[in-house]
Design a protein around this ligand. Structure first.
Ligand code: PLP
Length: 395
């Protein structure tokens, strides 16, 4: 039988059965609008409230600090644009990193057109922002630092707690600035505690933690003022107008509850898969580069450059054998650009094109790892045989 192995869990995850069960009634008989006063509305409102508690609980926040959105992208837009537009009297300088998701970097670029200045911090070969660089970048007119908790392509963890302390010190010295972190890839894989991190805003998304696509949340600390980006009704305490997506919010809440319950078990399982996979690659394939720090990173992402191989070619070859992976490449106007993340970790362009991301999920098994370790070495070898560059180097 043709085997399918899904190793693209950082793109999206399958939906948990328990999550489907929790949301089903809200797709059928419990269809009220959470803003309505009657029974149906109150039933829906109760479900949204419960989900708000479940989401808050996962990140050690209070339920009234959670704004439901349509996903990670909207949470990042609301955090960055909402904060900057509301607080520009305190300054128009933003600090971010070179490896943010486009849902952060594109918003920063847009704000440049509105007179903001943006400092993009380097991440060096290991894919990690240095706290000294953050310190040096801070100015009197810095209003926002937005740096991700964990990177989506190489999984490296950023020093958010240290940056949180820095922002706290700055504020104590009268410099009005806030910290946002995109934790879309981090939740469910490592413990996230907004108090411990000392962040003012934190973005998360439903479909990365075994719930359907279409819900997200922004944690906003008490006292942080944001300009709503969705003008409409009074939902989400005036900060995000629009009828709540009740079934998906219910699912998101359940997924957060399960993520909290199973965090340790799932992370350990992912780490075992990652270790076994990487050990196998090291043993069976030559000329590979493991991208990013291998200590301070998520337990589920392995990003590997296979020298003399195009990542896209390998992706297609693996797909034909039932294995789903991804490359960081973005296809723009017909030309395949190397991943900006892999370029940011100082890899030359020709190598950056050979980077492939393998992202494990809780439903992957050791048998999946064995299958990929059986298929991958042959796929790499076959592609290398077709590479004139490889032939010339090895001749
Ligand atoms: C780090 C990061 N931020 C934001 C997003 C966007 O989240 P969503 O797909 O929920 O809009 C993603 C999705 O891949 C991501 O990996």
């Amino acid at each position: 039988m043709f085997r399918r192995v899904y190793l693209d869990n950082s793109s999206t995850t399958p939906i948990d059965k328990e999550v489907v069960e929790a949301m089903l009634p809200y797709l059928t008989e419990k269809y009220g609008n959470a803003s309505s006063i009657h029974f149906f509305g109150q039933e829906a409102k109760g479900a949204v409230d419960k989900a708000r508690h479940q989401v808050a609980d996962l990140i050690n926040a209070k339920p009234n600090q959670i704004i439901f959105t349509s996903g990670g992208t909207e949470s990042n837009n609301l955090a960055i644009r909402g904060l900057c537009e509301m607080n520009e009297q305190y300054g128009k300088h933003i600090i971010t990193s070179k490896i943010e998701h486009p849902a952060v970097s594109n918003v920063c670029e847009e704000l440049k057109e509105k007179g903001f200045e943006v400092t993009y911090l380097p991440v060096y070969e290991d894919g990690i922002v240095r706290i000294e660089d953050v310190e040096n970048a801070v100015r009197e007119d810095t209003v926002l630092i937005t740096i991700m908790t964990a990177n989506n392509e190489i999984g490296t963890l950023q020093p958010i707690k240290e940056i949180g302390n820095l922002v706290k010190n700055q504020r104590e010295n009268g410099n009005k600035m806030w910290l946002h972190t995109d934790a879309v890839q981090a939740i469910g894989k490592i413990p996230i505690d907004v108090e411990e991190l000392g962040c003012d805003m934190l973005s998360i998304s439903s479909h990365k933690i075994y719930a359907p696509k279409g819900a997200g949340a922004l944690f906003v600390k008490r006292g942080v003022r944001l300009k709503s980006q969705n003008l409409g009704g009074h939902q989400e305490r005036e900060r995000r107008g629009g009828t709540e997506n009740v079934p998906t919010i219910v699912a998101f809440g359940k997924a957060c509850e399960l993520a909290k319950q199973n965090l340790e078990k799932n992370s350990e399982h992912l780490k075992n898969l990652q270790d076994a996979f990487e050990k196998g690659v090291e043993e069976k394939i030559s000329d590979v580069i493991f991208n990013g720090q291998r200590e301070k990173r998520l337990p589920n992402i392995s990003n590997i450059t296979f020298k003399y191989v195009e990542g896209e070619g390998l992706l297609i070859n693996l797909d034909m054998q039932g294995i789903a992976v991804s490359t960081g490449s973005a296809c723009s106007s017909g030309s395949l650009e190397p991943s900006p993340i892999i370029l940011a970790i100082e890899q030359p362009e020709e190598l950056a094109r050979g980077a492939v991301r393998f992202s494990f999920g809780k439903d992957n098994s050791m048998e999946d790892v064995e299958y990929i370790l059986d298929v991958l070495p042959k796929a790499v070898e076959n592609l290398r045989k077709l590479s004139p560059h490889y032939q010339a180097v090895k001749a």
